[in-house]
Design a protein around this ligand. Sequence first.
Ligand code: ADP
Length: 260
Amino acid sequence: DNAPSEIQELTETFNRMLERLSEAWHEQQHATERQREFVGNVSHELRTPLTIVRGYLQSIQRRGDNLTEMQREALEISTAEANLTIQLLQDLLCLARADDGYMPYHLETLILNDVAVEVVNMADKFNQRQIDLEFESPLIPVFADAKRLQQVLVNLVENAIKYSATTEPVTVKLEQREDSALIHVCDRGDGIPLKQQSRIFERFYRLDEARARCTGGVGLGLSLVKTFTEGMGGQVSVLSAEGEGSTFTVTLPISPEAKI
Ligand code: ADP
């Protein structure tokens, strides 16, 4: 007899729970949005004064003929720290914009080989490391944003250099498939344990805090790689074995013009 009233009660309880769940979800969404906004604003506000400070440091360095060795060293360290922090703020700002959907991608037909040659030459020059570039096809037309693609490659090549011994080679291989282009960045470095491979693309995630700190990273590089690659309609993955090295693979769409 009292079955209907029990059902009614249950239904009411269920509805109340649903309502609470929905409220909690909206609150959470709102808090996440506010948090993102905060990170974006702080990054923006800090970047401007820091860029000014760096400018002053550089101008003292340029005109400082009568600086002592200690002063010169202090200036060098301060400039390097300012550069790292500006880069960090820029990365945070980029991620905040991408989260909000304010990250525009200027997709155009690019020759992947040209972008890779440029990045590899730059990395060679700054790191004094031999980086091999291999490709079967000399003109791989991708549909991508030039600046973002460059950032993706720079981050992957820099990681390959950072996380492997200076005597080990770093190789960038380009491949063309029917609908996509593949970029492999391979190193013979420390490798990444299987359990952590899916987490390295998360923000601020680093395998080994102590090691990562002395290599100057903060754990944003790979999340930028993932965000930018996916923003251009591509994907990124990793194949790695501890102690043997890692291969990061980025897949990008082939230019639609080239398919005709
Ligand atoms: P970081 O600024 O620490 O380099 P990333 O987001 O680029 O941040 O990478 C996250 C973590 O993934 C790194 O701290 C490192 O532990 C690991 N990692 C990234 N690339 C490699 C690689 N090529 N070999 C080994 N470990 C890597």
